[in-house]
Design a protein around this ligand. Structure first.
Ligand SMILES: C[S@@+](CC[C@H](N)C(=O)[O-])C[C@H]1O[C@@H](n2cnc3c(N)ncnc32)[C@H](O)[C@@H]1O
Length: 200
C-alpha cells in the first residue's frame, strides 16, 4: 500500500451514518494483506463501509465476508460487493469456520454522556475503558478459528494494549504486534492473535 492509497483519499464520497475508512482501516488492511492467503476464508467483524473487506479480497484473492451491527453499514458494504450479514460480533460464525478474523472495533474510551443517544455514536463507542466491544470479541474469537487460524485486531494505546493482551491470554490466545503507527495522542497497533495450534 502506498501513501496514495490512503482511504481518506480513496473514499471521499462518504456515507451518512457509516464509519469513513481512516488510518486505522488502512493499518488493518495492510496487515491483512500480508497474513491472508488466496484460499483463506476471512471474516471481518464490523465491516463499516466495507473498504477493508473489499481491499483484502482484491489484494489477496481470498473470500472475505463480514458483519456489522448497523443496517447502514451493511448496506454500504453490500454496495461495494462485500458479502455481509447484520449481526453482533462473531455470533453469525460457526465454530472453527474461518482462517482469518479481522476486527477494527470501536476502541476509543468514550464516556456515556458523549454517545448522544445516537445509534452510530453508540456503535463507534468503546465505552468508558475503550474495551466494551474488544472484551466480548476476545472471549469468542478462538471459538471460530479453523486449526492454525489467526485474528488481526486493531487497538490503540488508549485501549490499554496490556489489558487487551491479558484478556486474550485468558482466552488461550497469544498476541504479537505486527503493525504500529504513531499519531499525536495515541499509537495504533495491529495485534496478531493465535491459539496454541500451529498457525498458518
Ligand atoms: C471503527 S469502525 C471500523 C469499520 C471498518 N471495519 C473500517 O476499518 O473502516 C467499527 C465498526 O464496527 C461496528 N460495530 C460496533 N459494534 C459492533 C458489534 N457488536 N458487532 C458488529 N459490528 C459492530 C460499527 O457499526 C462500525 O461500523
Amino acid at each position: 500500500m502506498t501513501p496514495d492509497d490512503r482511504p481518506a483519499l480513496a473514499d471521499r464520497r462518504g456515507v451518512p451514518d457509516v464509519y469513513r475508512p481512516a488510518e486505522d482501516s488502512a493499518l488493518l488492511a495492510a496487515a491483512a494483506a500480508e497474513a491472508v492467503d488466496a484460499g483463506d476464508l476471512v471474516f471481518e467483524v464490523g465491516v463499516g463501509s466495507g473498504w477493508v473487506a473489499e481491499r483484502v479480497a482484491a489484494e489477496t484473492g481470498a473470500r472475505v465476508v463480514g458483519d456489522d451491527l448497523t443496517p447502514e453499514a451493511c448496506a454500504a458494504a453490500r454496495d461495494r460487493g462485500v458479502e455481509v450479514v447484520r449481526g453482533n460480533l462473531l455470533d453469525p460464525v460457526a465454530d472453527g469456520a474461518v482462517d482469518v478474523v479481522l476486527c477494527n472495533p470501536p476502541y476509543l474510551p468514550t464516556p456515556p454522556a458523549a454517545e448522544w443517544d445516537d445509534p452510530l455514536e453508540a456503535a463507534l463507542s468503546g465505552g468508558p475503558d475503550g474495551r466494551r466491544v474488544v472484551d466480548p470479541f476476545l472471549d469468542d474469537a478462538g471459538r471460530v478459528l479453523a486449526p492454525g487460524g489467526v485474528v488481526l485486531l486493531l487497538v490503540s494505546t488508549l485501549t490499554d494494549p496490556e489489558t487487551v493482551r491479558a484478556r486474550a491470554a485468558a482466552n488461550g490466545l497469544a498476541a504479537e504486534t505486527v503493525r504500529e503507527a504513531s499519531y499525536p495522542y495515541e499509537r495504533l497497533l495491529v495485534l496478531r492473535l493465535t491459539t496454541d495450534a500451529p498457525s498458518k
